[in-house]
Write a protein that binds this ligand. Structure first.
Ligand SMILES: Nc1ncnc2c1ncn2[C@@H]1O[C@H](COP(=O)(O)OP(=O)(O)O)[C@@H](O)[C@H]1O
Ligand SMILES: [Mg+2]
Length: 247
């Protein structure tokens, strides 16, 4: 054995704080992501999940430290974070609706400045993972279904070859079968070596698709642990998984 001690986190969120004026959305959250893992971050609406990911990407000011490959991201802008391998798929997908699937994917590769051959190879990889996007490559993205839009948002992120992918509620607004399809794709990305922070209100689906989980409540980590154990935890069950509560 080489010793598990030698494996270092690929991404660390260290005592992060995010404020909107007097509203403390994130209050000292620390999360470590190991290479090749999916960690889920679950919690109710308003718990601070989106603020956490937006700050991690550098889209919001925050206090505390963020480290990618052990190196601080203090003072590192969004574009350089992308270049270093961090990528966010935002809650609202933020696609360019009037543009084609292909054009949206092309924009995802913008920061990488790929030579033409490498760009085509990357595009073919994304189309192989999402055959539906390949079929609809010339279609405007606002004509896609909800599931296809999420696939396009994921595909656009993959064009930048992220090593750490931050996913903000990929299941939001999707039918259960489509949610299962999207989460299978997310697990496939993990199996191909991408490390993933999966933010979800859909707690059960997220815990079933992750290695480790964090439960957020009002900007703090209320519970954390092995995902399978968290899914069995009575408190998680009562609050998030439809278990009965007394009040
Ligand atoms: N732009 C904003 N201005 C002021 N308050 C905000 C803003 N965005 C989020 N908040 C507040 O921050 C808290 C966390 O929100 P958010 O990060 O969106 O949580 P979640 O993604 O878990 O639903 C909530 O109390 C929310 O009302
Ligand atoms: Mg949110």
């Amino acid at each position: 054995m080489n010793g598990a001690d030698a494996i270092k986190p690929i991404f660390e969120i260290d005592k992060l704080f995010v404020n909107y004026g007097h509203v403390e959305a994130v209050r000292g959250i620390s999360i470590s992501l190991m290479p090749g893992q999916i960690i889920s971050v679950i919690g109710p609406n308003g718990a601070g999940k989106t603020s956490l990911l937006a700050a991690a990407m550098g889209l919001l000011p925050s206090a505390g430290d963020l480290r990618l490959d052990g190196e601080s991201l203090a003072g590192v802008g969004v574009e350089e974070r992308v270049e270093r391998g961090l990528c966010l798929v935002p809650e609202k997908r933020e696609l360019f609706g009037d543009m084609s699937v292909l054009d949206n994917l092309t924009l995802g590769a913008y920061s990488r400045r790929y030579p033409a051959a490498q760009f085509r190879r990357k595009l073919e990889q994304v189309y192989a993972r999402f055959p539906r996007l390949a079929e609809r490559r010339s279609q405007r993205s606002n004509t896609l279904s909800g599931g296809e839009r999420q696939m396009l948002a994921l595909g656009r992120a993959l064009m930048a070859e992220p090593r750490v992918l931050l996913l903000d509620e990929p299941s939001l607004g999707l039918a259960p079968l489509i949610v299962a399809e999207i989460l299978a794709i997310v697990r496939g990305l993990r199996d191909d070596g991408v490390s993933i922070v999966l933010v979800e209100q859909n707690a059960l689906a997220a815990l079933q698709s992750s290695d480790y989980g964090f439960v957020l409540e009002t900007g703090e980590v209320a519970l954390s642990g092995n995902s399978a154990e968290l899914a069995r935890d009575a408190r998680v069950h009562a609050t998030y998984l439809g278990g009965s509560t007394e009040d």
